[in-house]
Design a protein around this ligand. Structure first.
Ligand SMILES: CCCCCCCC(=O)SCCNC(=O)CCNC(=O)[C@H](O)C(C)(C)COP(=O)(O)OP(=O)(O)OC[C@H]1O[C@@H](n2cnc3c(N)ncnc32)[C@H](O)[C@@H]1OP(=O)(O)O
Ligand SMILES: Cc1cc2nc3c(=O)[nH]c(=O)nc-3n(C[C@H](O)[C@H](O)[C@H](O)COP(=O)(O)OP(=O)(O)OC[C@H]3O[C@@H](n4cnc5c(N)ncnc54)[C@H](O)[C@@H]3O)c2cc1C
Length: 670
């Protein structure tokens, strides 16, 4: 990576100290050299024109101006993608993570088109028949129509079965009649819906021949393509300012007996025939939830990327920033030299690696399950649902906490919007809620774990991600503590097995003492969430370690060493975070814990010289980082001052409010 500006001397020194080949690590994180080269090529094409090109930073604009600016940039970026990037990547890469990443150079907040590519198009691909896809997909990919995904309502987000919007089939006209019967049935939250979309995927209760068949998906045109006016029977608008996502025009939507053609029902998994006969999906009852599973899978990579951005900013800043003195009169140290600062930041680097490698592994699992489902086999879907649910929950929750930690690590300047850290936080904290709330998704995984437990108890061999449950029934007593990576992972699996076992016991005891199953489950949900979290932690530790071993087989020694140090830091960090659990479920002693603590502190020292090299290896261009604190050249103070010049409040030496209000106040008598 190059910079036109002179590199800050401290950062330059850090780069001289780095002892491993940065590109080699980038290749590993990207999934191979080919992929890195392809990504760089795309970035070069897409960012050629200077990307963001905002004269005034978007945070100074009014709500209207900000929205218009976001649309302007979305159109610029879409044209670049359509006309130049897809030439290189092929149309199938529309909406790929690389294009999401490059898009971040255009927006500090969110593109109003995000849900079009993120959920509208995937819902067409995943939920429509081939014939329907032929109708809708080319128009959607070419942006002839712009869509949103309207599932959540004012009254219900989590409990999809409780949605109130109805789609009642009328065989006379071969149409569905969409209706919002109550205030709580209004669609609420859909990104891009408020001002931008002219179509959307609507999730509604399907009624035909007098019977409700539960929620199904429909493609609905909501605005005229020429005038953009809402169509008669459609009430649509923007829901108002929020913590983040302020350029995403999240919207509300209501229907008053609004008619759509029969063929606008997405019919891949269930059909309504012309006469109104409902033909049920034979394979699995929850296939209409497929778009959500897809997005949950992609959110793990999204969590990794956003955390990588935050820690790149915080580590570079910590190399440039000097504060306090270690001894009277000595030169002020770089704040990166404080072990407490390293403790805040190195776990963020390791976590970004852990999530990136887990995301690739999960994506492979997802595509394998999809391939099986194409053949009619849905047996692996429950495990994918359990995995994607807990990994989405933990990756978004950890990334949220660590991005905030990166902001804390940048002191006061981290609070500036120009650092980009507040934007990153506001974006990622939403991912903890949307596409399935944290607690709700962990409870989905817990359902799977309790069932797997019962199978293992009855002697059946369970699927690989819970295979440790079979081991639990063949070993007696606590797991023997062993400080090797494999040993730590085994102990974490024992913790998960022990917690699931306690849940099962609690549920059974409650039922024995007279509770019905629902109440017994409900009373155990605090423990169930905890058990699902423990299971997921063990999956991440296991995957991260396995993938590092596999991917560094042919790496140079220094790369092997530094990546090994990071994964060991991750394992040790979590062992120390969970000493209570380890004491309960393994033979770990106080002495072992002391050793772990020392090992952790030694790892911080070892990683320190390579810290800047490690964040450079994320290879995130300045245009994408959009941070005064995190640029490659480390011109932190210069950039903060340059940003001040863009502040409209500084345009005139005296603000008009002085003459209007302040002066009269100062002149008035008591
Ligand atoms: C770029 C992208 C940007 C994205 C921006 C944000 C977009 C959005 O937020 S869109 C809206 C997303 N909304 C959500 O995610 C809502 C979360 N809620 C849900 O997913 C569900 O309602 C849920 C799973 C909590 C409960 O569903 P419900 O139908 O009540 O099922 P439930 O009774 O709990 O479970 C029944 C069975 O279905 C299974 N199941 C549930 N969901 C799934 C699924 N997706 N796949 C497979 N199986 C599933 C359960 O495991 C359970 O199996 P079993 O009976 O064998 O244990
Ligand atoms: C920025 C943003 C963008 C969004 N974009 C879209 C979009 O494009 N399209 C769309 O359709 N939706 C969208 N959503 C909506 C989002 O999917 C929902 O907000 C989310 O699924 C949570 O549902 P809820 O708001 O109903 O929360 P609730 O379910 O009301 O949750 C409130 C609390 O209750 C708890 N709770 C709820 N049910 C249970 C349970 N069964 N057991 C234990 N605890 C429970 C939760 O853990 C949480 O603490 C978006 C939301 C946000 C914030």
């Amino acid at each position: 990576m190059t910079s036109k500006n002179k590199i800050n001397e401290d950062l330059a020194n850090e780069r001289r100290k780095c002892n491993f080949n940065i590109e080699e690590v980038t290749y590993i994180l990207d999934g191979g050299k080919e992929k890195t080269l392809q990504r760089k090529k795309i970035e070069d094409v897409a960012l050629n024109g200077g990307a963001s090109v905002d004269d005034i930073p978007e945070e100074y604009l009014s709500a209207r101006e900000r929205y218009e600016n976001a649309i302007r940039k979305s159109c610029i970026y879409t044209n670049i993608v359509k006309n130049e990037v897809l030439e290189i990547t092929g149309i199938e890469n529309y909406g790929s993570p690389v294009l999401r990443r490059t898009g971040d150079a255009f927006f500090k907040d969110i593109s109003p088109f995000m849900l079009h590519l993120g959920m509208f198009v995937p819902s067409i691909i995943g939920q429509c028949t081939a014939e329907q896809q032929a109708t809708w997909l080319p128009r959607a990919l070419d942006m002839k129509i712009i869509g949103a995904y309207a599932q959540t309502e004012l009254g219900h987000g989590t409990f999809i079965r409780g949605l109130e919007t109805t789609a009642t089939y009328d065989p006379e006209t071969e149409e569905f009649v969409l209706h919002s019967p109550t205030i709580t049935s209004y669609k609420w939250w859909a990104g891009g819906l408020g001002r931008t979309a002219n179509h959307c995927t609507v999730v509604a209760q399907l009624y035909t021949q007098g019977k409700c068949h539960g929620t199904h998906l429909f493609i609905v045109q909501i605005r005229d393509l020429e005038t953009h006016m809402p169509l008669p029977g459609v009430k649509v608008g923007e829901i108002g300012p929020r913590m983040g996502f302020n350029t995403a025009d999240n919207g509300f939507l209501g229907f008053n007996n609004y008619r759509i053609p029969r063929m606008n029902m997405m019919m891949k998994n269930a059909q309504v025939l012309k006469d109104g006969t409902y033909v049920k999906a034979a394979r699995h009852g929850k296939l209409t939830y497929g778009t959500m599973v897809f997005v949950r899978v992609t959110l793990v990579g999204e969590a990794s990327f956003n955390l990588a951005k935050a820690v790149t900013i915080a580590v570079r800043y910590s190399a440039v920033r000097r504060q306090s003195e270690l001894r009277p009169g000595s030169i002020e140290p770089q704040i990166l030299d404080y072990p407490t600062q390293q403790h805040k930041l190195f776990i963020c680097i390791a976590t970004a690696h852990a999530f990136q490698l887990t995301a690739s592994w999960l994506w492979n699992t997802f595509t394998a399950v999809q391939a099986e489902m194409k053949k009619g086999n849905v047996d692996t879907l429950p495990e994918l649902h359990a995995l994607s649910s807990c990994l989405k929950a933990l990756s978004t929750s950890d990334a949220t906490a660590y991005i905030e930690q990166c902001r804390f690590a940048c002191g006061g300047h981290g609070y500036m919007l120009s650092s980009n850290l507040p934007f990153l936080y506001a974006f990622v904290v939403a991912t903890r809620t949307y596409e399935g709330d944290y607690t709700v998704l962990l409870l989905q995984t817990a359902r799977f774990l309790v069932k797997a437990w019962e199978q293992a108890e009855s002697g059946k061999v369970v699927t690989p991600t819970v295979a440790y449950l079979n081991r639990h029934f063949t070993t007696n007593g606590k797991m023997i503590w062993d400080n090797s990576p494999e040993g730590i992972i085994r102990v974490f699996q024992s913790v998960a097995a022990g917690k699931i076992s306690l849940c099962v016991r609690s549920i059974r005891n409650r039922i024995t003492s007279g509770m019905d199953h629902e109440d017994a489950w409900l009373m155990t949900t605090v423990q169930l969430v905890n058990a699902a979290e423990a299971h997921c932690r063990s999956v991440i530790l296991h995957t991260y370690w396995n993938e590092i071993v596999r991917l560094t087989k042919h790496s140079s020694d220094n790369v092997k060493t530094v990546l090994n140090q990071l994964v060991m830091l991750y394992l040790t960090y979590w062992a120390l975070e969970r000493t209570g659990d380890l004491l309960r479920y393994s033979t770990i002693s106080e002495n072992d814990i002391d050793l772990l603590q020392r090992q952790y502190e030694e790892l911080l020292v070892k990683i320190r010289p390579n810290a800047v090299g490690l964040v450079d290896a994320f290879d995130i261009r300045d245009e994408i980082l959009q941070s005064t604190l995190g640029s490659y050249d480390g011109r932190v103070y210069e950039r903060l001052m340059e940003e001040v010049q863009k502040n409209p409040l500084n345009k005139e030496p005296v603000d008009p409010s002085f003459h209007k209000y302040l002066k009269p106040l100062m002149k008035s008598k008591i």
